[in-house]
Design a protein around this ligand. Sequence first.
Ligand SMILES: [Zn+2]
Length: 134
Amino acid sequence: MVWSESVPRFWRERARKYRLVGGRCRKCNSIVYPHRSVCPHCGAENMEPIELPRRGKVVTFSVVRHPPRGFEGKEPFLVAVIELENGARVLSQLVDVHPEDVKEGMEVVAVFRRYREQAPNGIIEYGIKFRPLK
Ligand SMILES: [Zn+2]
């Protein structure tokens, strides 16, 4: 039956998109996000992908008013350093919150959101952002 098969697959795919995949250096044990092939700390090309916890806390944040190329028109937006539950730190956009309501130590969770829409072919990029837990 189509219904019983397609619904679980939808949720499986949705769950996979929500996964936060970083990299762990087998040499110095550093954890980076997103995953890359060369360790930014020791230069070793010995990274393995690891799944990171989706919850964390805001360590520090700033309001971006002069965005990098490709993100024009989205300003101002919030970027934060987030310490995940395993201690790894990631740099990510913060959404669903006003800048004046962001506090250091605030609990946040990863969500899957639109990054940007590329003209003229209209390809929309999605990725991980963080929003307040409550
Ligand atoms: Zn390393």
